[in-house]
Write a protein that binds this ligand. Sequence first.
Ligand SMILES: [Zn+2]
Length: 344
Amino acid sequence: MMKKLLLPTSIVGSLPKPAWLAPPEKLWSPWKLEGDQLLEGKQDALRITLQEQELAGLDIVCDGEQTRQHFVTTFIEHLSGVDFENRKTVRIRDRYDASVPMVVGDVARQKAVFVEDAKFLRKQTNKPIKWALPGPLTMVDTLYDGHYKSREKLAWEFAKALNEEARELQDAGVDIIQFDEPAFNVFFDEVNDWGMAALERAVEGLNCETAVHICYGYGIQANTDWKKTLGSEWRQYEEVFPKIQKSKIDIVSLECHNSNVPLDLMELVRGKKVMVGAIDVATNTIETPEEVANTLRKALEFVDAENLYPSTNCGMAPLSRNVAKGKLSALSAGAEIIRKEYVG
Ligand SMILES: [Zn+2]
């Protein structure tokens, strides 16, 4: 089914959480429930998120990251060797400070992190499901390492843990496993030296499809300010796309709509599937279907139609639920415009 449908739509990952689960419109929003109620609340939120994607007509669905407080730290907190009670404040991607867990010993994945959640999602829908995990380089950049004192060594340990998780997610029926690597847009030397190798280690032996999401971040102030310093052409993808082109990764998720990314950079991953960001997550303005269609039409100059996956620029966790819902519908309607043009 997934192979035949033209322009299958999906979101990058997160959606806003209901206000009864966590205070809305902020990152790292704390849970409002505890214990069994929290467990039940997360599952209920996941169901709502799924229903909203299905009602909007999305073709590939996900959990909307309803069971995670944050896309990186929630995975890290489940590993041994990590102290998440004594947090440290570090600078993320050289841009903003955040309170993060601390590595205090050898890191290892002693139990599954999201596998039960994935099984739960699998039971709720017959559509293809995509699951997002953080990438090794971005993980290393989102904690304080008081043990390995080597970003490379730590990334390699994370890659092993991610691979174990990914294999179990695949067995749970996940169709696409996506690794979020916004740090690939910042630390080019590390991507080159070991970041890409660590990502390849994370996907080793997988038979399901794999994706890497590389973006310019959530629509938070620190990211918006950073983007202003990047000039009229954002050429960051030029550094990493040739490496991805040579890798085993099947899908590249990139930021496009309202960005200064030169679209011809997509040519560098010709042959791969491309999740084109046709929804801006840094504005509350809901795109019109025509705007979405325009972005997709431009992308089609550089991406073969059968490889074009309409998507969002990044996660929508910090947006209001109404805005996010409107954006889901716009994505779906915009893709439909282009599909009709192809069918004729
Ligand atoms: Zn992103």
